[in-house]
Design a binder for this molecule. Sequence first.
Ligand SMILES: Nc1nc(=O)c2c([nH]1)NC[C@@H]1CN(c3ccc(C(=O)N[C@@H](CCC(=O)O)C(=O)O)cc3)C=[N+]21
Length: 295
Amino acid sequence: MGARLIDGKAQAAIVRAKVKVAAGELAARLGRPPCLAVVLVGADPASEVYVRNKVKLTKAVGMTSIERRLPETIDQATLDATLTDLNENEEVDGILLQMPIPAHLDTDRALSLIDPAKDVDGLTPISAGALVLGRAGLVPCTPQGAMILIQSVLGPDLSGRTAIVLGRSILVGKPLSLLLQSANATVTMAHSRSPDLPALCRSADILCAAVGRPELVRGDWIKPGAVVIDVGINRVIEEGRPRLIGDVAFGEAESVADAVTPVPGGVGPMTIACLLRNTVLAAARQAGEAIPHDL
Ligand SMILES: Nc1nc(=O)c2c([nH]1)NC[C@@H]1CN(c3ccc(C(=O)N[C@@H](CCC(=O)O)C(=O)O)cc3)C=[N+]21
């Protein structure tokens, strides 16, 4: 009841349509389509699904993709060599190392080897630093997708609005806080140790939940008329069936918020659309070409 639904599937389709035009323009100038390389270590079933989906959507927007599948048991040197090989491959514009990688491998080391120019996940120290410093760089996909959803409701300028981000992960919470601040919102970075989370949340015009705790955010945590962005994707079993639920109690949020993202169909589809967008941006920048179209 009440709140508008923020349609992540529809917004992702808009982003992909723009990416498709841009990829076409760029392909004509480069003499080949932009190319995304996906590195998958091991055979985690959830990762397999994501990677298959990414490859399918990459082709659908007129780009190419290559996959490097490595066995669960590889050593760090093999992973490192795979990444540096892709760095040097001039046919590859973007590199994505699918997370998580097996525990015996060093994630930080692997990420820091990726050429920042090809870092379509925005997770290398150089990309993270560029975001902090407000310089041009590749922005992590999930927070970028969340921003597009927020701005689809509130417009590009968030001046005068307060925002709270629950969660301080490198992947989502930290970069999303910085992006909100760049768009002129006044941002609170909250987390599990923050005092009185419900009251903090209730003061925010924009509430972003990225903590990975199913339905942590209740209706009475939400300021009436707020925009609620649910970044959580929690797999739960309900009545014997697997189901995806967010970090926000959706039914309760609906009767308080002005607009709210569903799970699934909210931020998730935006993540992949923004990955494709980053691949085009990376291809253009490396070739010294202008960013095609209005991306
Ligand atoms: N290097 C790296 N980059 C990532 O961006 C990355 C990763 N590793 N590892 C795993 C997580 C997870 N992730 C999702 C992307 C899309 C949906 C998505 O589209 N979800 C659909 C539902 C899909 C379903 O039903 O399972 C939705 O929310 O509507 C979900 C999760 C990207 N990740």
